[in-house]
Design a protein around this ligand. Structure first.
Ligand code: PLP
Length: 428
């Protein structure tokens, strides 16, 4: 009888006992990761252009993060933020108050993005005393029930749970890139008009607690919202006393070439939702808002056993420290532009590519939508055969998205882009 390899052993156990509800993008059994590379349990080496879905901003197992995690774990692994204060959570809250836009200065910590989105919905409802939430078609906000209720990036995320949450309305997301030949101004005007129509036909603005939007749509296809749209949304929110919530779970911490994507438009949201690259890998989310808004959230109205875990907060502080000291936000902007130029140049004569775009290191290669179910999976497969992990997004899966570590080195970058371009050329 053939002996099982270590990877096969892991796969066998996992396939038997892990819930099949999770979509599994690969069948790899991963043992170790460092920087932009990972190794399987059988010692196979791969390049990682996914970074744990935009989580490992400073790469896998950055030594400064590892040290901070070890030191914190030796002192305090868990206590519970409702039973006392501790330094890593206090320092991280102070740091977020310093680096987030405007006067957002008060933080509630959760364990994940979806949980932070749920908390933000609760905060908006409690602070405004209003029931309605307006979210945007194509947006993804997470898998908790509240986040599922406002998610509209695919009906598959919602269909087993409906009806979910009352008083949720969806307006169209302005994504001119996805609509051939339509100008940014036209989409902006149309989408603003649709919000006015919602107010006239479905919910009076005085009943709306919050708008919640991703400033650059992630899971839905890597579409940046026009800056003018976000600025007008801010005005509309102010006019009607509606809170503006930015979900920056995927765009935060330098991913878009600014520390936060909000900075591109100069719009300061009332509530900023963070997770993923906040901690660079440990479970952590945050709801950041002005103190006066948090003060309208009655004490005891929300909570969490693990939220703001000491080790997660220590990891986040080290992670943000590396991003700041190594000027990775600036690098994200410069490198992103260089990569987009390279891809446009090297792939320009190929049929089937609709657009190559990027905001910093949030880079998308969008294919013609009828290729989403055919060529795109084949390109991913081909890349994986050559030991490069990539991922796609979009309602139809039409966009290959690159989520490189912000500090990826030139060798890994060139090797990965070569594999990617060759895979695309082979398949198209
Ligand atoms: C914009 C956005 N919001 C929320 C979430 C949910 O985060 P989590 O998976 O940590 O719950 C995601 C995850 O992909 C996301 O991209």
């Amino acid at each position: 009888m053939k002996l099982q390899s270590k990877a096969e052993e892991i796969q066998k156990k996992a396939r038997k006992h892990l819930s099949p509800v999770l979509t599994r993008v690969t069948e790899l059994a991963v043992e170790k990761a460092k920087g932009a590379r990972f190794w399987t349990a059988d010692g196979e080496e791969y390049l990682d252009f996914v970074s744990g879905v935009a989580v490992n901003a400073v790469g896998h197992a950055h030594e400064r993060m590892v040290k901070a995690i070890q030191q914190q774990a030796e002192n305090l692994i868990h206590f519970g933020l409702n039973y006392g204060y501790y330094e890593s959570a206090a320092n991280l809250a102070e740091k977020l108050a310093e680096i987030t836009p405007g006067e957002l200065d008060t933080v509630f910590f959760s364990n994940s993005g979806g949980e932070a989105v749920d908390g933000a919905i609760k905060l908006a409802k409690a602070a405004s005393g209003r029931p309605g939430i307006i979210a945007f078609e194509g947006s993804f906000h997470g898998r908790t029930l509240g986040a599922t209720a406002i998610t509209a990036s695919s009906s598959k995320y919602r269909k087993y749970y409906e009806p979910i949450l009352g008083e949720v309305y969806h307006a169209p997301y302005p994504y001119p890139a996805g609509l051939k030949g339509v100008k940014e101004e036209e989409v902006t005007e149309y989408c603003l008009h649709q919000i006015h129509k919602l107010f006239d036909l479905r919910i009076d603005p005085s009943r709306v607690a919050a708008f919640i939007i991703e400033p650059v749509m992630g899971e839905g296809g890597y579409y940046p919202a026009p800056q003018a749209f976000l600025q007008e949304l801010r005005k509309l929110a102010d006019m009607h006393g509606i809170l503006l919530v930015f979900d920056e779970v995927q765009t935060g911490f330098g991913r878009t070439g600014k520390m936060f994507a909000a900075e591109h438009s100069g719009v300061v949201p009332d509530i900023l939702v963070l997770a993923k690259a906040l901690s660079g890998g440990l479970p952590l989310g945050a709801i950041v808002a002005k103190r006066e808004i948090h003060e309208k959230w009655p004490t005891g109205g929300h909570g969490s056993t693990f939220g703001g875990n000491p080790v997660s907060c220590a990891a986040a502080l080290a992670n943000i420290g590396v991003i700041e000291e190594q000027k990775l936000v600036e690098r994200s902007s410069l490198l992103g532009e260089r990569i987009v130029n390279r891809l446009r140049e090297n792939l320009k004569d190929l049929p089937g590519i609709r657009e190559i775009r990027g905001v910093g290191l949030m880079i998308g290669i969008e294919f013609e939508w009828d290729l989403a179910a055919t060529a795109v999976p084949s390109i991913k497969e081909k890349a994986l055969e050559h030991h490069l992990l990539i991922m796609n997004c979009g309602v139809y899966g039409q966009t290959i998205r690159l989520m490189l570590p912000l500090n990826i080195d030139e060798k890994d970058l060139t090797e990965g882009l070569d594999i990617l371009e060759n895979a695309i050329k082979d398949i198209l």
